[in-house]
Design a binder for this molecule. Structure first.
Ligand code: FES
Length: 159
């Protein structure tokens, strides 16, 4: 471990995870999931640590991280907004929702607000088509979205 890693107890946690998986077949994806659970995302230093400890090329680790959508290379906001772009939401104004979120938060899909409070992502149908257009903030569904409903929803998390 380098000095930064030694001073970060999360790397000790990750080292213990890797020690448990070492010797099992194909542990890379599972280890990366666990690493993301510990760090919240997978910065280059974590990729390097995993590569070193599992003795696989860094290019292999990075290839897996960038291939799967489940892995994040940037930190997420405290709350994640999932804007539904499924068919029912699309025909009921999902693009307007994206635009209004941009105006309210200053970020597009994939972005995180500068205060770290919100990350905006896109999903395909959250199973609430009757409420289209819909977004989720964390696990909460917000439907029939217009400017006021979006502002009211965001205000709950800004408190
Ligand atoms: S399409 Fe948006 S909830 Fe189903």
């Amino acid at each position: 471990m380098n000095a930064v890693q030694i001073n970060n107890p999360k790397f000790n946690d990750l080292a213990q995870v890797i020690a448990r998986y070492r010797g099992t077949p194909g542990p890379l994806i599972e280890v990366l999931h666990r690493a993301q659970g510990i760090f919240g995302y997978l910065p280059p230093m974590v990729e390097q640590f995993v590569a070193d400890r599992l003795q696989v090329p860094l290019s292999t680790v990075h290839g897996v991280v960038t291939f799967y959508h489940a892995f994040r290379t940037e930190p997420q906001g405290k709350h994640v907004i999932h804007v539904c772009l499924g068919t029912a939401c699309h025909v009921n104004g999902a693009e307007r929702v994206v635009q209004m979120l941009h105006e309210e938060l200053g970020v597009d899909i994939g972005g995180t607000t500068t205060d770290g409070l919100f990350t905006v992502t896109a999903v395909r149908c959250v199973g609430a088509c009757g409420l289209a257009p819909v977004m989720m903030i964390d696990d909460e569904v917000y439907g029939k979205l217009d400017r006021k409903r979006i502002r009211d929803a965001l205000a709950i998390y800004r408190k």
